[in-house]
Design a protein around this ligand. Sequence first.
Ligand code: URA
Length: 187
Amino acid sequence: MTPADSMAQIAAEVSRCAACPLARSRTHPVPGEGAVPARLMVIGEGPGRQEDEAGRPFVGAAGQLLDRMLQAIHLDRSQVFIANVVKCRPPQNRTPTDEEIEACAPFLARQIALVDPDVILVLGATAAKALLGARTRITQVRGQWQAWGERAVMPTYHPAYLLRDPRQKVVVWEDLRQVADRLGIPL
Ligand code: URA
């Protein structure tokens, strides 16, 4: 019998991983953090500079906005699990390549299985493509329930994009309202 998987095991494997070139340029791997299991799992693109320095996801400006997005549906980051499609920072914050996303995908799949969320909140175009397929356009699927296997997926805009274009916040609040509704959280 294989031993049960765990987040600690995944984090240890991520820290030893050299499956793609991002391993060579990272300062710290950023495996993800939060509650296991959790009713909500949040998936972003990949670590930025501050995340790479801290070894933790969403700790920079976009992370502070993510915290406020979660607060809007009465959740704290300790109650959800936060991960990224790639666990190591792409140099200059470039978009991760398909090969890098593919190399990291087994870690994400194991994390989703462990977190066993009722809802996956997918942030931005890259994460949406990684989970829902390469042809996915975030502008087309945003705010509409999707599926990853049996799991409900709500794609929405990335908080970094909202920092650049705050007018888009109104539609994201609508997406979050749908997530709260699905989780039975009264607003
Ligand atoms: N943007 C992401 O997609 N993930 C992080 O962890 C931080 C910023």
